[in-house]
Design a binder for this molecule. Sequence first.
Ligand code: NI
Ligand code: MN
Length: 227
Amino acid sequence: MSVKVTWYSHACVLIETEGTHLLIDPFISGNPLAPVKPDEIPADYILVSHGHGDHVGDTVDIAKRTGATVISNFEIHNWLLNQGVENGHPQHIGGGFDYPWGRVKLTIAQHGSALPDGSYGGNPCGFLFYVQGKKIYHACDTGLFYDMKLIGEEGIDLAILPIGDNFTMGPEDGLRAVKLIEPQKVLPIHYDTFDMIKQDPAAWKDRVEQETSTQVTVLKPGEYVEL
Ligand code: NI
Ligand code: MN
């Protein structure tokens, strides 16, 4: 069975593996590019990378509707439970856990993490998924960091990387990230949602495929790639 990875725009990605839906950073309300409504998205688990509003997004409403288990760092996990989310599993950077559907490890990310109400959100993270023998690295919001090379040493099938610039890596550092990680495929994200992060993903695809052996998958919001 394949792993289906749907991009809902910005950093919001849905990974479907053997009937389980893993929803990452569900910023849907207030997202001008979102192709769906918050109440249309399935979720068994919701993973939140950091506290910013464009990542916590609709987590509370979707978790309450679906009963999904939220996975995040300890600080954001506790904050979400205080907002009325019933099921949660805290992890922290460097730690992995084996769930019934596979494993996820929290990785470092160079960014901030204050929650929408100003609460302390701990350190931001990325996610490394191990599902059906595939390894998927979602970098979430981050600048370039050399330890991406360590993540790449695991043998990444799909890297999901921000290229929007301004708040995260832009196209130049995104290319350098691909060279450090050396994934089979890369999916660019976190661009075009707002004017400040407008990018040309087709130009980035050409450049990455000229300079590396990684295949670039450019999706429109709502489209998916299968692994
Ligand atoms: Ni952010
Ligand atoms: Mn962001």
